[in-house]
Structures are given as C-alpha cells and as structure tokens.
Design a protein around this ligand. Structure first.
Ligand SMILES: O=C(O)c1cc(C(=O)O)c2c(n1)C(=O)C(=O)c1cc(C(=O)O)[nH]c1-2
Length: 360
C-alpha cells in the first residue's frame, strides 16, 4: 500500500508539515500498521479461536495492562511542568484505581478470571510469553530513553483503539458463549478514557513537533509503538495458533485455571437453568456502597461492581425463587416478555457463578 504522507524514511520527509498534515501522516501510520490488522485479532474478533486461545490472549495482555502505569510513571518522571504532570497522572489513576478493587488492572484481572484463570496465577505473570514481556518492556524503555515528545507520541496508538475495542466487544459477545458483558467490562471505560488521552497527546505532538526532524521522530515513535502491539500478537499467534510452538516456560492449556470441577464451584460445569434456585454463597453479600453510589457484590477479599440489570436480578435472588420466577417478576416490573429476559438473566447468573459469587 502506498503512503499518502511521508513516513519517517522517505526523502520527502525533509519538509515541515502543517499540524493538519502531521495528524494525517500519523493517522496514515495507524491505518497501515495498527494491530486491528493483525491476523490474531481477526481470529479473536470473528469467533475463530478456541477458549484456550482466548485464554492465552487474556493472560498475555495482562502483562501489557500491568505495565502501562509503570510506563506512564516513567513518562511522568520526564515532565518538568506540573500542569502537564497533573494531566498525565490521571492515566495512572485510571489503571491503578483509587482504592483496592478499582481500576483498569483490576478490571483486566476480572476479564482473566472470567475466562477461567486463577487470579493469583495471572498476578504471578509466570506463564506469560517471554516475547510478550520483551515487547512490553521495550515500550517502557523507549519512554525512558527517548525524548518526552517521542514518549508522548508513542501513546498515540490510542487514537485508533476505540474502533478496535467496539469491534472486539461486539464480536466476542456474539461469537463466544463463554464471554459475558461483565467479563469485558474493562473495555467500557476505555471507550471514554482513550479518546480523552489521545486528543491530549495529539495536541501536544502537533504543538511541539515544530521541525521536520521532530515530526519524523514523532512518526517513528508511533511506528515503534504499533510494532510493540503487533509483536505481542505475533508471539501469541506463533505459540498458540500456528505453528503452535509454546516455549517451555509459558502457559499450557489447563494450567493456572480455577479447578472447574472443584467442590468450591457448586454445581460443577453445568450452566444455570430456568428451574434452578440461585442463592448467594456464604460470605457473599449484596451491598449498596453509598460513598460510591453503586450496588456491589461483596465477597471475601473481592468486590464486584454491578450494573442496574444485575442489581434488579440479585435483589430477587434468595435461594427460593427459581430463575423463571425471577424472570416473571422482572417481566411484570419492566413490562417485558419474561421468557425473553430469562435468557439474559441466565447468562448474567452464569457469569456470576463462574466467578463463584453465586451458587444454585
Ligand atoms: O484494546 C486495545 O486494542 C488497546 C490498545 C491500546 C493502544 O493502542 O495502545 C491501549 C489499550 N487497549 C488500553 O487498554 C490501554 O490502557 C492503553 C494504554 C496505552 C498507552 O500506550 O499508554 N495504550 C493502550
């Protein structure tokens, strides 16, 4: 494909681009190199991967998520302007949260748990591919070693992420029966955080890349970052799709999972049925967290944020009502066809049962 705008290594790149041209050149890099184009993502979104291949993706990407605040702390450390730091530090808060159980890393852990992983196994980072670690760490080193302009420009892949996130969430929900909306809750917040962050970074780069050389550096930084994302998917593809060469120390299907047949998972592997009478296990409570204005499920050492639909269902979960009874009651309250909402309720309850905060 021909580049419309000069990429870092063309002869034409000596000319100073206008801010609009620079933006177009950066977008052109994304159009040709962003990871939405990678075959692994195509398989993931189109429902062509096995549950274990989706697990490999969730596990490996945890490393990226966990290191993003380390990367942003390194960027922050380069900033001598307090006003700039005030803006950038929000990224760290978004991923680390303000308190235990909050933030993007926590939401990614929930995604990993949602596909069956044991939380402590994920946290240990033991099974993560070395190639994933190398590329994520290359990103951290890049922002430490290059100029602040390049560090900020390297985050500009986020300009392209809302499109891939929408596509991913819709595709995964449609194509995998083991994926629920709750499992993918990580991505909800990214749809507002990423555009906010990308707009700021883009304005910064347009304002500060004031010579052809600086503009080339900004473009090279974005190209580098596209490669950071791309190589992570290459590694996943090579190990878990084709030729399927899993390195000796990396995750093997079956490892690090919550034992699906363990007695802790009451009811074993069976999905919830309309006649089941769900109840909260001992130690799990539905609680209105007034300081945050949110209903949550409190479990030992864990808290689950709930959306309005989940709260309406859980208020009726008492071990006596069946799922069909709950659907009947909600059908009356919301003037909906009970059998139609029953299907959604079953999916939601299965998601909670998989996280072991519900039993039947
Ligand atoms: O789902 C995605 O495809 C995707 C892409 C990117 C990106 O383009 O770098 C980020 C994220 N997600 C993301 O969730 C995230 O927190 C994030 C931080 C950054 C960054 O470079 O600082 N990129 C991304």
């Amino acid at each position: 494909m021909n580049a419309v705008f000069p990429t870092p290594d063309t002869a034409d790149s000596q000319r100073l681009l206008s801010p609009a041209e620079l933006e177009a050149a950066l977008r052109d890099i994304g159009a040709r190199r962003y990871h939405n184009l990678h075959p692994f993502h195509r398989l993931l979104h189109d429902g062509k991967l096995s549950k274990d291949q989706v697990r490999a993706w969730a596990l490996n990407r945890y490393y990226y998520q966990a290191m993003i605040p380390v990367k942003d702390a390194a960027v922050l450390a380069r900033m001598t302007d307090a006003a700039l730091r005030r803006i950038w530090r929000q990224r760290i808060v978004d991923h680390d949260g303000d308190h235990e159980g909050d933030g993007g890393i926590e939401r990614w852990l929930k995604l990993a748990e949602g596909v069956g992983f044991d939380r402590d196994y994920v946290l240990s980072t033991r099974g993560i591919l070395s190639a994933t670690k190398f590329s994520v760490e290359a990103y951290v080193h890049f922002v430490t070693e290059q100029t602040l302009l390049e560090a900020i420009a390297s985050s500009l892949t986020e300009m392209f992420s809302p499109t891939i996130i929408s596509e991913r969430v819709a595709g995964m929900l449609k194509n995998y029966d083991f994926i629920t909306k709750e499992t993918l809750a990580y991505f909800d917040k990214r749809l507002t955080q990423a555009p906010r962050d990308a707009d700021f970074a883009l304005d910064y780069v347009k304002q500060h890349a004031t010579t052809p050389e600086l503009q080339r550096k900004a473009m090279a930084a974005l190209t580098f970052k596209c490669n950071v994302l791309w190589t992570q998917l290459d590694a996943l593809y090579f190990a878990y799709v084709s030729p399927g060469m899993v390195p000796p120390d990396a995750w093997q299907p079956g490892e690090g999972l919550v034992n699906e047949a363990s007695p802790a998972r009451v009811g074993g592997n069976r999905k919830m049925a309309a006649g089941d009478r769900p109840r909260l296990p001992r130690g799990v409570r539905l609680r209105n967290d007034e300081t945050r204005g949110k209903w949550v499920l409190l479990a030992p050492e864990r808290t689950f944020d709930l959306d309005d639909n989940a709260v309406a269902v859980l208020k009726l979960v008492d071990g006596a009502r069946s799922v069909a009874d709950i659907a009947d009651e909600l059908g009356k309250t919301y003037a909906a066809e009970p059998r139609a909402i029953e299907a959604d309720i079953l999916v939601m309850l299965d998601g909670l049962a998989e996280k072991r905060v519900l039993e039947r």
